[in-house]
Write a protein that binds this ligand. Structure first.
Ligand code: NAP
Ligand code: MN
Length: 266
């Protein structure tokens, strides 16, 4: 049976052109190209920027086949290649000159007065006030009270997400070979009235982070998952921990995390 490859793209004209080109070249190389995941799908390719890549993984419900991005966006930190490298990629793919980088998403279990919702994140989960006001959050780790946070929000990042919002908020860049959760405060207040840690806290992935809002102005909280926001009312507790799901990123031989970081950031 023919092998299938799923190709998706964002709506930008350039992405659609690349999608058509890639579809033609993969078909010529003997692959069946589809918009959906088929029984024999071996690879999922997202054409766009990092934002579309994150959305693709969410849309396909963290499917466990290898995934790869072709960058037509701005940064393209996740991307393996640019559109000009499609021919080289197909050759390398056929010759199996690649490896799979396994990454672990985060899971947030959100318990409100009347429901419990689970959300998975690739980069990060951010907890904020719905309005541009301070948010007050009680933080516990493994059942131990750590602090009462006040500020703009709390961000919990995966190693692969550490270069995104986490980095802008002053968090550290983490080598994805490390298994950890990084909790980074966003504009924490430190006064006689409020005290919170000003640096990130690094925790092992065996830890469970529990955050409970203290409502001062209204009973709603924003949970932002990889850039998509959800509003919840009457949250009692948010538990954040390493997900059981795995994302299999296809990396061409020669990929190296720190080379990529230096190229994209310096
Ligand atoms: P966006 O506003 O276009 O994303 C902001 C930038 O982050 C884009 O340049 C994006 O790359 C890049 N990016 C995404 N994931 C990354 C990663 N793991 N490492 C390094 N850079 C990364 O929104 P979006 O494209 O939908 O992406 C969602 C992400 O934006 C969120 O997960 C969050 O991390 C990030 N964000 C950052 C800030 C901030 O830095 N202050 C604020 C809100 C959200 P592309 O250009 O290729 O899309
Ligand atoms: Mn983007």
């Amino acid at each position: 049976m023919e092998k299938s490859i799923t190709v998706t793209s964002n709506r930008l004209k350039q992405s659609i052109i690349v999608k058509d080109l890639l579809t033609r070249k993969l078909s010529e190389a003997g692959y069946n190209v589809s918009d959906k995941i088929e029984n024999n799908t071996k690879l999922l390719i997202s054409i766009g920027g990092d934002g579309s890549f994150l959305q693709t993984i969410h849309r396909f419900s963290f499917v466990d086949i290898p995934v790869m991005a072709i960058n037509t966006g701005h940064l393209g930190f996740f991307a393996e290649l640019s559109p000009s490298q499609i021919d080289d990629f197909i050759k390398a793919y056929i010759n199996e000159e690649y490896f799979i980088q396994k990454i672990s998403p985060l899971e947030a279990s959100i318990r409100t007065k009347d429901q419990c919702v689970n959300i998975t994140a690739i980069n990060e989960i951010v907890i904020k006030n719905v309005k541009s006001r301070t948010v007050h959050l009680d933080l516990q780790v493994d059942g131990i009270k750590i602090e009462s946070f006040s500020g703009d929000g709390m961000l919990i990042s995966t190693p692969i997400g550490s270069t995104a919002y986490n980095y802008s908020a002053g968090g550290s860049i983490v080598d994805p070979n490390l298994n950890l959760l990084q909790l980074t405060p966003i504009a924490p207040m430190n006064t006689n009235a409020y005290r919170s840690f000003t640096s990130s806290i690094i925790l092992p992935t065996t830890s469970v982070i529990a955050i409970s809002p203290e409502y001062h102005f209204e009973n709603s909280i924003l949970i932002v998952v990889d850039g998509t926001q959800y509003k919840f009312t009457h949250i009692e507790e948010i538990r954040v921990f390493k997900s059981d799901k795995r994302i299999n990123l296809l990396r061409l031989n020669g990929y190296e995390f720190w080379t990529r970081v230096a190229e994209k950031f310096l």
